[in-house]
Design a protein around this ligand. Structure first.
Ligand code: PEP
Ligand code: MN
Length: 337
């Protein structure tokens, strides 16, 4: 952080703030630049607020120069993290993972049929919501714990590890035991007590970007999970809210390289929620892989027209199979290049 002092700051005021900062364990460097007196602070300034410092009448401006996140950042962790899930599957550091399945678990037949199809096409994980964060309280809310049981049956029958969303701290222990990857949905990205609770479970966490959240906010949310010191994190770009109405959200694919520049965590993309239309999913999935994503989350339904949730953005198993074949070709071409 740097603190720019006003030209009329007195010696007594400067000595006072110097002593205060030194008590906080910070090293202070004096910089004289274009007639301005600047204090450069070295050390952990995370507890200092730049805004609060400007309340001192002798402070012109205070600016943080380091990132507002630490554990998710590359500064102290330059190498890509590889997230390892139960069943020995890896995500990140060159390991590409595809998570596919319906928006919601609806019945045993439905989840088993989709799980078998996506497995045959080469998916690495089965996704499916048991607890659904629906905008309307009158929409299907998911099967709850019964849905989780059906996902476990599908895992047992196909061998696919499961990714499913937690919505309440109340079920933390159950998710910690039963889910292979715990999803934090976009709406809960800044539910800080929930983030801390899942961070203590020791299961990989898939953290979706909030629809109105910046990249810095996503990485700070990841720090809440990582701070607990037990769980690994996978970041997920799933579209943000903009003025555009032709798509459900605006899929920010530039977030992939932007996140990778700042963070060592794996980054996956969800083109289903990111676009909201099934016919946009295929091209944006390919584009995400080309942009350097470490994986994809794709909604697949065997009868999209009858789906209880997000049928309009779900692709059929046949189209998913075609997508997987194209992805393999693309990844091979990228490796050759
Ligand atoms: C989902 O994955 O089903 C979901 C609800 O996603 P998001 O939180 O990104 O809206
Ligand atoms: Mn959905």
């Amino acid at each position: 952080m740097i603190i720019v002092l006003k030209p009329d700051a007195t010696e007594a005021q400067i000595d006072g703030i110097r002593a205060e900062l030194a008590r906080m364990g910070l090293e202070i460097r004096d910089i004289q630049l274009e007639g301005a007196h600047i204090l450069g602070l070295i050390g952990d300034t995370s507890a200092l607020s730049a805004e609060a410092l400007t309340r001192f009448e002798f402070v012109e401006r205070a600016v943080k120069v380091s990132e507002p996140y630490k554990l998710a950042g590359r500064r102290f962790h330059p190498d890509d993290s590889v997230v390892e899930t139960s069943g020995g599957r890896k995500i990140g550091g060159g390991n590409f993972a595809v998570m596919a399945g319906p928006c919601s678990v609806e019945s045993e037949d439905q989840i088993l049929s989709i799980a078998r199809d996506v497995k045959l096409s080469g998916a690495d994980f089965l996704r499916g919501g048991a607890f659904k964060p629906r905008s309307s309280p009158y929409s299907f809310q998911g099967l709850g714990l019964d849905g989780l049981e059906l996902l476990k049956i599908a895992r047992e029958k196909t061998g696919l590890p499961i990714v499913t969303e937690i919505m309440s701290q109340e079920y933390a222990d159950i998710f910690g035991r039963d889910a292979d990857i715990i999803q934090i949905g976009a709406r809960n990205m800044q539910n800080f007590p929930l983030l801390r609770d899942v961070g203590g479970l020791g299961r990989p966490v898939l953290l979706k970007r909030g629809p109105s959240c910046s990249i810095d906010e996503l990485l700070m949310a990841a720090d809440y999970i990582l701070m607990e010191g037990k769980s690994q994190v996978i970041l997920c770009e799933r579209g943000i809210r903009t003025f555009e109405t032709a798509t459900r959200n605006t899929l920010d694919l530039s977030a992939v390289p932007a996140l990778k520049k700042r963070s060592h965590l794996p980054v996956i993309v969800d083109p289903s929620h990111g676009t909201g239309y099934w016919d946009l999913v295929f091209p944006m999935a390919i584009a995400a892989a080309a942009a350097g994503a470490d994986g994809l989350m794709i909604e697949v339904h065997n009868y999209p027209e009858k789906a209880l949730c997000d049928g309009q953005q779900s692709i059929t198993p046949v189209l998913f199979d075609k997508l997987m074949r194209q992805l393999r070709k693309l990844r091979e071409a990228l490796r050759e290049g």
